[in-house]
Design a protein around this ligand. Structure first.
Ligand SMILES: C[S@@+](CC[C@H](N)C(=O)[O-])C[C@H]1O[C@@H](n2cnc3c(N)ncnc32)[C@H](O)[C@@H]1O
Length: 251
């Protein structure tokens, strides 16, 4: 049986101009596009009008489509032939579950390619003028999920990571910010450590909050910081005060 091919494609962090040339080419040739919540309309519209576009992200008030159902759908569409573009926010292999989908495709013997995307973990700080490494302040970086903050079975040792690396980049951390900050403070991390939160990075509505660990929770509440946001903890966060360059584009 001849199957179609699946492309696990990164859509970048939001700004459509951060899409890769390869992603644009594949979208233009797509027969089916299966896409997530953080993929914008402008990017989706690059696919032909006749292409089938299937949304599998979270809907307001509803749960996400379970991962096994998404994987089944990708396989089903690939088995009917044609080019299936599985489009994910940022990079497909950075907290994008692209690895799980690739494993399922290998199991079914379906050909696939992975197209890296510009990850929000680096792009959002960059758009806020925050380099994750810097010769004077940071020689190491860790990218961590905040999603597991309350998971007793797979706990993250926040204080140990803070001790081991200079810059911590946390995705999916806004809702558990309080818990993460408490774990860091309890673990002996200085309350004066700089923290930046970049909300809606690379979008026209991007906002950045810079404060110290001891005050960040209150400040984030006051400014009503919402997902999607990237949290950067480390000395480099302060550089955002000096190097902020992104201006809301004129409409
Ligand atoms: C499921 S993860 C996917 C990450 C994605 N694969 C990547 O490489 O950017 C979703 C999280 O990415 C972060 N994120 C994605 N887009 C963002 C953006 N434009 N600005 C800030 N954070 C973003 C947020 O932390 C969000 O909760």
């Amino acid at each position: 049986m001849v199957h179609g091919k699946v492309y696990l494609v990164g859509a970048g962090p939001g700004d459509p101009k951060l899409l890769t040339v390869k992603a644009v080419e594949l979208l233009k040739e797509a027969d089916v596009v299966i896409y997530d919540r953080l993929v914008g309309e402008q990017i989706l519209n690059l696919a032909p009008v006749k292409a089938e576009k299937i949304y599998v992200g979270k809907r307001t008030g509803k749960h996400e489509v379970p991962q096994n159902k998404i994987t089944e759908l990708i396989i089903e569409k690939a088995q009917t032939g044609g080019n299936v573009v599985r489009l994910k926010g940022g990079d497909p292999f950075v907290f994008g579950r692209g690895g799980e989908e690739a494993e399922a495709l290998v199991e079914k013997g379906i050909a696939f390619e992975v197209v890296p995307g510009v990850s929000s973990s680096v792009a959002a700080p960059m758009y806020a003028g925050i380099p994750l490494t810097h010769r004077d302040y940071a020689a190491s970086v860790a990218i961590i999920t905040g999603h597991r903050a309350g998971d007793a079975e797979k706990p993250i040792n926040w204080a140990k990571i803070a001790d081991a690396v200079d810059t911590m980049v946390i995705l999916m951390g806004v809702e558990s910010l309080d818990g993460i900050v408490n774990k860091l403070l309890e673990g002996g991390v200085s309350p004066n450590k700089p923290v930046a939160i970049i909300e809606s990075g690379t979008y026209p509505q991007q906002r950045t909050l810079i404060n110290i660990l001891g005050n960040i929770v209150k400040d984030a509440e006051k400014k009503q910081i919402k997902p999607p946001a990237v949290i950067v903890i480390g000395e480099v966060a302060n550089l955002g005060r000096k190097l902020a360059w992104f201006k809301k584009p004129l409409s």
